[in-house]
Design a protein around this ligand. Structure first.
Ligand code: SF4
Length: 296
């Protein structure tokens, strides 16, 4: 694995474990979501990396002679870069690393507001064709309480733009995000968003607070009551039950999940629902990830 100089910490989706991580921006330009501590350290203050430095790094990787097939553009919202900058980066990738087949990035819905479908198609033709979109929820009230700065409509517009351009999206939804009070509307509206958007990939993670819940509670005015394990399973059942997807690869296997679920929706919907139901009715009969093994 080729290591480039990074400003740590660097995060990437689990499916990019074997990709070259090319840090084209540092931190996250939004950095306000109350559940996210990823880029709160001083050195992660948001900035763009100069094109000349990116090209130097690509040249150095090219010089190693090691074939690179996949690249992940870090950090939190590299798609905040303008179309012009992204095209420069993709041109440089093609020039220095012609074996690259897939380039991906995290993408906030608002990152696409000023990019056209034609521009996304052009980037897609250069290899940038997979976007990890942390929708977190399809419920406007929950999104407002966690300061995501997005809505059902803004998320849907971005996902539809990605699809129209011929690229793929991988959506993350956060299980437990609305706590007890908003669990059902969070699940139902998240499913409604997915049903409209029909993403190629969907994964769920469990919301967690390694640094404490104080920041999170501020948005909920102290009324956030975390779901217990059974509550998380009930919410998952409601989400799965409400999903009407044509061909979406579904994964709930991040280390934060108690229950690992994998399948293609809707094809495997009844099997996945049965697993969740079994976890609710006879927790001993289903293999659950013990608390100490959950990576939060
Ligand atoms: S947009 Fe993403 S990276 Fe930025 S603060 Fe929110 S969750 Fe964290």
């Amino acid at each position: 694995m080729i290591q480039l100089p990074h400003i740590e910490p660097v995060f990437r989706p689990p499916s990019e474990a074997r990709s070259l991580i090319l840090q084209v921006t540092n931190g996250c330009s939004w950095n306000q979501c109350t559940f996210c501590e990823m880029y709160t350290q001083e050195q992660k203050r948001f900035h763009l990396k100069k094109q000349s430095q990116i090209e130097q790094e690509l040249k150095a990787v090219s010089g190693t002679g090691m074939p690179v097939r996949r690249i992940f553009l870090a950090d939190g919202d590299a798609m905040t870069l303008s179309f012009r900058r992204l095209k420069q980066i993709m041109d440089a990738i093609q020039h220095y690393l012609p074996d690259v087949q897939r380039v991906s990035s995290y993408c906030l819905p608002r990152n696409l507001k000023h990019k056209t479908v034609a521009e996304l198609s052009e980037l897609g033709a250069l290899g940038l064709n997979l976007f990890y979109v942390g929708c977190e929820s399809g419920d406007d009230l929950v999104l407002e309480k966690v300061k995501k700065g997005e809505t059902f409509d803004s998320s849907l517009a971005a996902l539809q733009k990605i699809k129209s351009s011929g690229s793929r999206s991988s959506v993350m939804i956060l299980n437990g995000m609305g706590g007890k009070l908003y669990s059902e509307q969070h699940a139902v509206n998240s499913a409604r968003l997915m049903n409209r958007a029909q993403p190629e990939y969907l994964s769920t993670l469990v919301v967690s607070f390694p640094a404490g819940t104080e920041r999170y509670q501020s948005g909920f005015k102290g009324e956030f009551e975390p779901l217990d394990q059974a509550g998380l399973f009930r919410e998952m059942r409601c989400l799965l039950d409400s999903l009407e997807l044509k061909n979406t690869i579904f994964r709930s296997d991040h280390a934060s999940n108690y229950l690992v679920l994998k399948g293609t929706l809707n094809r495997d919907k009844s099997r996945l629902l049965q697993t969740v139901q079994a976890a609710l009715e006879q927790p001993g009969a289903v293999s659950l990830r013990p608390e100490w093994m959950r990576g939060l």
